[in-house]
Design a protein around this ligand. Sequence first.
Ligand code: NAP
Length: 305
Amino acid sequence: MSTTWHILGAGSLGTLWATRLARAGVPVRLILRDEARLASYQAAKGLTLVEQGVEHTYPVIGETPDCPEPIHRLLVACKAYDAQSAVAQLHARLVPDADLILLQNGLGSQDAVAAQLPQARCIFASSTEGAFRDGDWRVVFAGHGYTWLGDVGHPTPPLWLDDLHAAGIPHAWSTEILTRLWRKLALNCAINPLTVLYQCRNGGLQDHQCEVATLCAELTELLEWCGQPAAAEQLHSEVERVIQATAANYSSMYQDVNNGRRTEISYLLGYACEAAARHQLTLPHLLQVQARLVEHLRAHGLASD
Ligand code: NAP
């Protein structure tokens, strides 16, 4: 019997992973916040995945954080701002050499989790898959993509990648996972905050080309100072390409703000601004966008961290 995958966070990505692993016969357990969420989940009789309009419900076993069973492998599928406290609840259950797979966007939450568990193996992931919830315990698989996984301390891939293969989760092991996460963070910083400030789709930034170019120049400088020259290469042209290719889409930050949800700003633009301060870099446009975004979030009654 292969090792059980404990999935922390039954939201969009957690459900996308849990259902595909369960479908492949891999043992999976969902860790829900508390008894009330567990009761709600049990009433729904499983997780529903909607793929190309066809839905299927998987009766994955649910449990609360205080279940006594030890955890050997944990997929952390919470938002970046919840990851550290959600993992902290499981300290007593995690075996010392547990593997954690961290799906969080941006940077900062991965190091915070790893610092709590010095003996565990923390694998960072960066995914281009897309999913959203269209109801409690229901997730729509909206965009096929790819997930890169890597361990900054150990270049050897774990054997359990076979489970991902069996589950049909497109993935690759990357020895440059930090470069990927930095690159994604920089693309996000150049596009998402401006779509919130200008209340537009990604394509709307074609009317703000100068501002985008200035931000890209500052982000390129930041990446180089942070020892990430590969993540800085041709950043501006890729940002322009993404704006064009996703012109009709609303960015994830735009969607969060418009739905009154907390954003992951501290792990994206906030992380970039803190890194700039650490290196005593003067990046006025980046700082100004952050200040405008914080003001915008506060004006909409949303958390600005
Ligand atoms: P999500 O739909 O909001 O799901 C997060 C889940 O975490 C929620 O179900 C929430 O529970 C749960 N949670 C939070 N704290 C918990 C705790 N202490 N114990 C148990 N469960 C807890 O988020 P998501 O969209 O899947 O995003 C997860 C991460 O993946 C983010 O960093 C995001 O940026 C990244 N990402 C997402 C996508 C995507 O397409 N969705 C793509 C790429 C990357 P409740 O349901 O009880 O609130």
